[in-house]
Design a protein around this ligand. Structure first.
Ligand SMILES: C[S@@+](CC[C@H](N)C(=O)[O-])C[C@H]1O[C@@H](n2cnc3c(N)ncnc32)[C@H](O)[C@@H]1O
Length: 469
């Protein structure tokens, strides 16, 4: 006997059939845009920060509608693990059995109920409308029932239901309470130790949208001139940094013509620290061993130009190597498309080498709303092994007495101190704190770990390693 086809009222995956009566409701464009983004993230692996501007433009959304769509889309992406845990608690079916489009709508609705000031009735009814106008209109009642259960508790009350007590399992508690996977909460806790009281603040900082930082490229424009031209304020720590409070940096003439660029202050600081590390003898040939897309190569290129030197930049991905070429135009920088493990230079060629290694990127989660759920701990081992090989190459290519700056945009100890543990006794790890004057809270040294919640920068790690023999 064949079952009649038709929509599964509980959001399941049976073939859809729209009811013959009632036309689909008109849905509001901001929520429809946010839903489209969640679908793109789920089905295409889209990067939210790249996909959303395209979606907004295609729907002609701007101003308040664009602002609402952005908040709903990014907020739902960031909180997804917590939201899914709550939906699972309210549903008598596993999330895997729910239709993806229905689940995305429920995520949006749950986010609105728990993390916005949108009235509960509006959060529920607009979500039900989204479901009714989507591929599973028959699941509207199911969505309504789930959201009514979700709305019976506040976020804090849900956390109390789902998270282990903070005194028993602080890592697990803050993972749930700040909507992070446990392995990331653990990685932050390990890197912060012994200051475990900062774990919540460090995780919460990933939900704060970063300010735009500009770098005034030395020799091309001063920081004061950039402040005068672009507005904003001088950065707290980087001698070349400017904080931009509002406006589109692309519209700033100095950015458009390459005298300045958008660059996180932490990235500026690690590049400047390498450039200022003490060195005896020549100081004319610098190397950036993992350069794409070229942010630090742009700053190092401007700095080495002031010393009548040159920078070589290595990047294996052709499209990223092209981005470096674009970024360093007009600077004494030569870009080579090659693998940093064997880029083809003579050993001992360079006075200073930057290795800004490929890494998990756990230090920049605030820039990518969905990233915390997409990164996997299984990637760490492979990255650590690549980082070790690249560091060995950097130490081969630097001359005796020269300095390698080992940098990651991750505080994960395996990628930072763990990689350094393999260094031989023919090198000295210099005190990098001395190269960052005025920057507070840099720990016991000799390496440096920056943090968004402490410094307002990405969580960059820096070790300055001198080759002694
Ligand atoms: C963290 S990013 C560098 C960011 C860059 N320094 C900047 O400031 O714009 C790491 C780069 O390493 C590159 N990479 C990956 N594998 C590599 C390898 N075997 N050798 C050199 N670079 C590699 C990646 O393509 C990526 O562009």
């Amino acid at each position: 006997m064949t079952r009649p086809s038709g929509p599964d009222r509980r959001g399941g995956t049976r073939p859809p059939r729209r009811p013959d009566t009632a036309p689909p409701p008109a849905v509001d464009q901001a929520r429809a845009a946010a839903l489209e983004l969640l679908s793109a993230v789920r089905t295409d692996g889209a990067y939210a920060n790249l996909a959303l501007p395209r979606i907004l433009a295609a729907r002609g959304l701007s101003g308040r509608d664009a602002g609402l769509a952005t908040d709903l889309a990014y907020g739902s992406c960031r909180a997804m693990g917590l939201i899914d845990g709550i939906i699972a608690e309210c549903s008598d079916r596993p999330l895997e059995d729910l239709d993806g489009a229905v689940l995305d709508a429920l995520r949006l609705g749950t986010y609105q109920l728990l993390r916005t000031r949108i009235p509960a009735h509006a959060a529920v009814s607009t979500t039900v409308d989204l479901v009714r106008s989507g591929p599973r209109p028959g699941a509207a009642g199911f969505a309504n029932a789930i959201l009514r259960k979700v709305g019976q508790r506040s976020e804090d009350q849900w956390v109390a239901v789902l998270a282990p007590p903070v005194d028993v399992d602080p890592v697990g508690h803050w993972a749930v309470a700040t909507a992070h996977p446990r392995w990331i909460s653990q990685a932050f806790a390990d890197a912060l130790a012994p200051r475990s009281d900062e774990l919540a603040a460090a995780l919460q900082a990933d939900d704060v949208r970063p300010r735009v930082h500009l770098v005034a490229r030395p020799g091309r424009i001063t920081r004061d001139e950039l402040v005068a031209a672009a507005g904003g304020t001088a950065a707290a720590y980087s001698p070349y940094g400017v904080y931009l409070d509002e406006g589109d940096p692309g519209r700033i003439a100095a950015v458009a013509d390459g005298r300045a660029a958008v660059q996180d202050e932490g990235s500026q600081l690690v590049a400047v620290a390498l450039a200022n590390a003490p060195l005896e003898g020549t100081d004319r040939r610098w190397l950036d061993l993992a350069a794409g897309p070229g942010g630090k190569a742009g700053l190092l290129g401007a700095l080495v130009a002031g010393r009548d030197g040159t920078l070589d930049a290595v990047e294996p991905a052709p499209h990223r190597a092209d981005l470096v070429r674009k970024t360093v135009r007009g600077l004494p920088v030569t870009v080579r498309t090659a693998d940093g493990r064997d880029p083809g230079f003579e050993p001992g060629t360079f006075d200073r080498v930057l290795l800004d290694a490929p890494c998990t990127g756990l230090g920049a989660l605030r820039r990518r709303p969905e990233a915390r759920w997409r990164r996997s701990p299984s990637a760490v081992a492979g990255l650590v092994s690549l980082q070790g090989e690249l560091l060995a190459s950097a130490l081969r290519l630097v001359r005796v007495g020269g300095v390698v700056g080992y940098v990651t945009c991750s505080p994960h100890l395996a990628e930072t101190e763990g990689v350094l543990r393999r260094l031989g006794d023919d090198v000295t790890v210099l005190d990098a704190r001395a190269m960052l004057p005025g920057v507070p809270d840099l720990g016991d040294g000799p390496t440096v770990q920056l943090w968004p919640h402490r410094h307002g920068t990405d969580a960059m790690f820096l070790a300055l390693i001198r080759r002694d023999a």
